[in-house]
Design a protein around this ligand. Structure first.
Ligand code: NAD
Length: 507
């Protein structure tokens, strides 16, 4: 496949890099099999302790230099990274689709997000503003400034194998930080391809070796990073289970963390909803990326008066879904990431049935021509209750639960009645209901939408969620502040030394 060659993703890859240097390691290899056709794409050598230490040393040295580059100059490098990504959009999008299994359109979309965040970061590089305050003391000036933090450890999940890294890296770089990225062990080749793309730009501009580093491996590499006191900030994206471990490790050493964890997202379909529009939002939200987005729609909370009508519309829509090779743009739904994920999907269906769930669209594994990888499953729909254990849990697969409500207060309580708090939505043309949903007494999620589904966020807003979703924010708005340290400065330009709060101290 031509795109693999162009991206420099060979059969055997070294998985540890400080930029242009690729470090040999004695770590075991990870083989990356495509969920699309079950074929081996390539393998990546994992990072051992010696390579890890060399990378930490190089990243530390690079930081001392990089933090002194003016931020707009760092922004210029990120602008060129965006240009390089534009040039490779098609190839990288294909790799994302082939290694992870999402549709080609979504693969391209992911690369577009990388480009967008680079553009955002370029502007940001001239807007790392601090405030000025009026001092209570005469002849004093007080202000705050934001300084680079140091090494940022990025731990990412398989489902957004490239975009999540760029959300972190583009901001961290303009903020003057250096990055060490540990990609998911399920999509290691994406990290090699990105490093190759960045490398060209960094070399051309004499960016210090170590500003962009990658390590590869499983949970143990993530643990090394989260326990490492040389890394002031860990940004970790993945399951709540992982986030609890990372949060505890980083917290124990009083480091900073950004945690972007699981979601259990719902759309409220009111009696005043545009049902045709709601249908598109609900189906895309539930089956897009085969239900493997953190913002996937997992629950529909439907008003009793439109429940039967909307359920029938959903059942009909699901009959039209085409499941198959995600690189074929005719298909709506691709495979799950691997056979473990398929097993979890089957277990969840069983658990739902045991708790009393009624499947109105049945699930199951697809077999036969085109489905040889064993990772293709049927998106399914169950009528369920919010209190079922399985409904309270995020299953990373296309299983949609239907819940019924009578009053808007009840719908909001159901929406909030799960441990996670990432994305939420209401479909309504009723202003009162929409505003109640967005009010302080409304949705408790980090993202709350009106007449838009739960998935498909733009990079301009801060992205993240509450409760077991971890509380972190990445990407737009003022999320950059997490990548810097704030310093308050007070300058006395008089000949006296008055103390704050009028305290007297004479010698
Ligand atoms: P995962 O938790 O299995 O793995 C994520 C990453 O964490 C991997 O790189 C893995 O090696 C590493 N890891 C695992 N255990 C660790 C530990 N104890 N210490 C340090 N690192 C560890 O998640 P996954 O299956 O790759 O991804 C799916 C999950 O990610 C879902 O729960 C999804 O909702 C979540 N997710 C959240 C967001 C968000 O922004 N909120 C975005 C994408 C995915």
């Amino acid at each position: 496949m031509e795109f693999l060659r162009t991206l420099g993703v060979d059969a055997q890859n070294i998985g540890s890099s400080t930029g242009s240097n690729w470090l040999e390691s004695t770590g075991p290899s990870i083989s990356s099999y495509s969920p699309v056709d079950g074929k081996l794409i390539g393998s990546v050598q994992t990072t051992d302790k010696a390579a890890y230490e060399a990378i930490l040393k190089q990243a530390g040295a690079a930081f001392l230099e990089w933090r002194q580059w003016p931020a707009p100059r760092r922004g210029e490098i990120v602008r060129q990274v965006g240009e390089a990504l534009r040039a490779q959009k098609e190839n990288l999008g294909k790799l994302v689709s082939y290694e992870m299994g999402k549709s080609l359109q979504e693969g391209y979309g992911e690369v577009q997000e990388m480009i967008d965040i680079c553009d955002f970061a370029v502007g940001l590089s001239r807007q790392l503003y601090g405030l000025t305050m009026h001092s209570e003391r005469p002849g004093h000036r007080m202000y705050e400034q934001w300084h680079p933090l140091g090494i940022v450890g990025i731990i990412s999940a398989f489902n957004f194998p490239v975009a999540v890294w760029s959300w972190n890296a583009a901001l961290a770089w303009v903020c003057g930080d250096v990055c060490i990225w540990k990609a998911s062990e399920k999509t290691p080749l994406c990290s090699i391809a990105c490093q190759n793309i960045i490398n060209e730009v960094f070399k051309k501009n004499n960016v210090p070796e170590g500003v962009s580093c990658i390590v590869n491996g499983g949970r143990d590499l993530g643990e090394w990073l989260s326990h490492d006191t040389r890394i002031p900030l860990i940004s970790a994206t993945g399951s709540t289970r992982m986030g609890k471990a990372v949060g505890a490790a980083v917290g124990a050493r009083l480091g900073k963390s950004i945690l972007e964890l699981g979601g259990n997202n719902a759309i409220i379909i009111t009696q005043d909803a545009d049902l045709d529009m709601s249908l598109i939002g609900a189906v895309f939200g539930a089956v897009g990326t085969a239900g493997q987005r953190c913002t996937t729609t997992r629950r529909l909370i439907i008003h009793e008066s439109v429940y039967e009508t909307f359920k029938n519309k959903l059942v009909n829509a699901y009959k039209q879904l085409r499941i198959g090779n995600p690189l074929d743009q005719q298909n709506h739904v691709g495979p799950l990431i691997d056979k473990d994920a398929v097993q979890q999907y089957l277990n969840s269906i069983e658990a739902c049935k045991k708790e009393g769930g009624n499947f109105v669209v049945e699930g199951g594994i697809l077999e036969g021509e085109g489905y040889e990888s064993g990772c293709y499953v049927k998106p399914c729909i169950a009528e369920a209750e919010n209190h079922y254990q399985i409904v309270q849990h995020e299953t990373f697969a296309p299983i949609l639960y239907l819940l019924k409500y009578k009053t808007i207060d009840e719908a909001i309580a159901l929406q909030n009645g799960v441990p996670q708090g990432l994305s939420s939505a209401i479909m309504t043309l009723n202003l009162r209901e929409a505003e109640q949903f967005l009010s302080a007494a409304g949705s408790d999620c980090g993202i709350a939408n009106v007449n838009i589904g739960t998935s498909g966020a733009e990079i301009g807003g801060a992205f993240g969620g509450e409760k077991e979703t971890g509380g972190g924010r990445e990407s737009g708005s003022d999320a950059w502040k997490a990548y810097m340290r704030r310093q308050t400065n007070t300058i006395n330009y008089t000949t006296k030394l008055p103390l704050a709060q009028g305290i007297k101290f004479d010698l």
